[in-house]
Design a protein around this ligand. Structure first.
Ligand code: XCC
Length: 653
């Protein structure tokens, strides 16, 4: 399967054969039998996909176009060439992702302010993080209480999101390593804020804007740093201020957590604010009693996507699935209500919901769905939060009585998992960064790789995530994970302590001794900062550049525009990427050699952008590059080689 060649995109048979979770396979087959449309049907209907679009060669940045770059027409109507079109597309995708995470950060940060001023009914649970940030931001805390300091911290975070004038970003100053700051300063890529860099990127790439692709490449790095230090660090830490820093806990995940005789409520999206309140109401005696009244034995709350990851990390709330499993989860016919906040809620969800009578409740004004019940949370006006959360809980429970129960089909698959690996929890379990470094140096842990990101129909669902990670732990590489990838790994049992069995002998022994899994689920996608902080600390402890450490960032199944910034954030820090599917990272126009049959017969060609990301261009600037490998076993091999090279250069065995 080489995903760049339309004819070889994975088909239904490939997915059914290779997808690792038998619950997903069961649901895909069940829904096909029932005639319920899913992403697989729509993916098939879209074939063949546009070859220009697949390669990033389509320009839609003005109304003269669309223009397509080819041998016949190497420039768009305005004169843009391949480099400009491809780089503009990438940096635009990055800032779209930046905007999404920025909106998420904005909601959480505003909630801190409202809570601190007593208008939102939340007690700040992350006291430790408040004082840490206040100290890092050098705020004057003399004689001030927690709420007052939290509010000041929140205003700093807001400034990182929205500053329009030059000046250092609080988070970047506080957490970026010194060696990196010098590099970024030398490259001239220090950002102002999330909002400013979004504006500047759109400005630079509009018709008649910047004609120098290398300047756009610099803007890519600048935007990624804004993304990393305002929207990722901002969301992750602001959430910790509100709801506390997660600690590891054991739980059960997968489709089998849904129960036929219970009310089943799925929570989905990214921002965990309103859902915290809804959870509180669900657990209240009033709603529990209501569940009994409607004939249910209890209430199951299941998580999807990053909202699911957040609740899993903090409370061990079971997760069910990820972005491409959302239709399958509803296809169980057992879901009474799905409560969605923002991002990664696909329109197909409502189509399946309607087939099975599932109540869809939207809670974010940015994420409306026609026909859904809309009970919005407004972070700037949270007066009705308790009342609205209660309303959501009530509607969800009441829909149990209304649903057609003859269509229920719950795959009986549950999987043990240990989640909640915050930055602090990881350090604590190993006994500090010094100890992790010792284990790395002596080779008990060969390297640390973070495997993250979405799903894409361009690879067999979840197959690449699971295959790569199995190979990595077999080689003694410790893995951290977030987002939709984490759901694949959780459901595959790789995040349970028992998964130590599959690790190399030294990693297995270590995990068994500590009682931990070889794959640490650290949270939602914004919590990639937890892994990044760990990487930063370990490099500092080792006294070397981050670029020299045996680390890697891996996105086997990129889907959302948000993944671009994730990858480039790590690149800017010197951590190389391996991506499983190149879009929207530029791809050379692949040419098949004569009589070609396999991957080896592809002549990948080369262009300046590919050379920049995968060759020397970016490497010379930041010490990291992008590897692209759609075959998961080859991908794992590439990662192992990368880790090995880093170890050899450090003189580690
Ligand atoms: Fe991607 Fe973030 Fe969305 Fe899943 S949920 S599809 S962004 S991995 Ni966060």
């Amino acid at each position: 399967l080489y995903p760049l060649l339309n004819a070889e995109m994975p088909g239904r048979e490939d997915v059914l054969e290779l997808t690792p979770n038998r619950a997903s396979k069961e649901m895909l087959e069940h829904l096909a039998e029932q005639g319920v449309e899913t992403f697989l049907d729509r993916f098939e209907a879209q074939q063949p996909q546009c070859g220009f679009g697949l390669r990033g060669l389509c320009c839609r940045m003005c109304q003269w176009g669309p223009c397509r770059i080819s041998e016949k027409a190497p420039r768009g109507i305005c004169g843009r060439d391949l480099n400009l079109v491809v780089m503009s597309n990438i940096v635009r995708a990055l800032v779209a992702g930046l905007a999404a995470h920025g909106r998420h950060a904005h909601e959480v940060i505003l909630t801190i302010i409202e809570a601190a001023e007593g208008r939102a009914n939340f007690k700040l649970k992350g006291e430790q993080r408040v004082w840490e940030l206040a100290e890092k931001f050098q705020l004057d805390t003399q004689g001030k209480d927690l709420s007052a300091v939290a509010k000041e911290v929140a205003f700093c975070l807001l400034e990182d999101l929205g500053r329009m004038t030059a000046g250092p970003m609080y988070m970047l100053e506080a957490y970026a390593p010194q060696e990196r700051k010098q590099i970024w300063k030398r490259l001239g890529v220090l950002p102002r804020s999330a909002s400013y860099e979004v504006m500047e990127t759109l400005h630079m790439t509009t018709l008649g804007g910047c004609s120098d692709w290398t300047a756009l490449a610099e803007q890519e790095l600048r935007s990624a740093l804004a993304y990393c230090y305002s929207t990722l660090f901002g969301s992750s830490m602001a959430t910790e201020i509100l709801f506390g820093i997660p600690k590891p806990k054991i739980t059960q995940v997968n489709y089998g957590v849904l129960k036929e005789d219970h009310v089943n409520i799925l929570v989905h999206g990214h921002s965990p604010v309103m859902v915290e309140k809804i959870l509180e109401k669900i657990n209240s005696p009033e709603i529990q009693e209501l569940a009994r009244t409607v004939g249910a034995k209890g209430i199951v709350v299941g998580g999807m996507c990053c909202t699911g990851d957040e609740l899993l990390a903090r409370y061990g709330i079971p997760t069910v699935t990820n972005i491409m499993g959302q239709e399958l989860a509803l296809g169980t016919g057992a879901v009474d209500a799905v409560v969605v906040d923002m991002q990664c809620v696909i329109p197909g969800l409502k189509i399946v919901a309607d087939c099975f009578g599932t109540e869809v409740i939207t809670t974010c004004n940015s994420n409306r769905i026609p026909g859904a019940t809309h009970i919005p949370f407004d972070a700037e006006n949270p007066a009705n939060l308790d009342e609205d959360a209660l309303k959501v809980a009530r509607i969800a429970v009441e829909s149990f009585a209304k649903r057609d129960r003859s269509k229920i089909r719950i795959p009986q698959v549950t999987t043990k998992a240990m989640a909640g690996w915050s930055y602090e929890a990881i350090k604590d379990v190993f006994g500090g960064t010094g100890e992790i470094l010792r284990l790395l140096r002596e080779g008990t842990i060969k390297g640390i790789v973070t495997v993250v990101g979405c799903n894409t129909p361009k690879v067999p669902y979840e197959y690449n995530h699971v295959t790569i990670v199995r190979k990595l732990i077999e080689s003694g590489i410790l893995v951290t994970t977030t987002g939709c990838c984490s759901h694949a790994l959780l459901n595959a049992g790789l995040c349970a302590p028992e998964a130590a069995e599959y690790a190399s002998s030294s990693l297995k022994e270590l995990c068994q001794q500590l009682g931990i899994p070889p794959v640490l689920a650290v949270g939602g996608c914004v919590d990639n900062t937890r892994t990044l902080r760990l990487f930063i600390d370990l490099a500092e402890e080792a006294g070397v550049s981050l670029a020299d450490m045996p680390f890697m960032f891996v996105g086997p199944e990129p889907g959302n525009e948000k993944t671009v910034g994730q990858g480039v954030s790590f690149l800017a820090h010197g951590v190389s990427n391996l991506v499983g599917f190149p879009a929207p990272i530029p791809v050379p126009v692949p040419k098949l050699k004569e009589n070609a049959e396999t991957h080896d017969d592809l002549d990948p060609g080369i262009n300046d952008i590919v050379d920049f990301f995968g060759g020397e261009g970016l490497y010379e600037k930041v010490g990291a590059k992008v590897f692209t490998e759609p075959y998961p076993k080859l991908a794992a091999q590439t990662i192992r080689m990368h880790i090995r090279r880093k170890r050899l250069a450090l003189g580690w065995k």
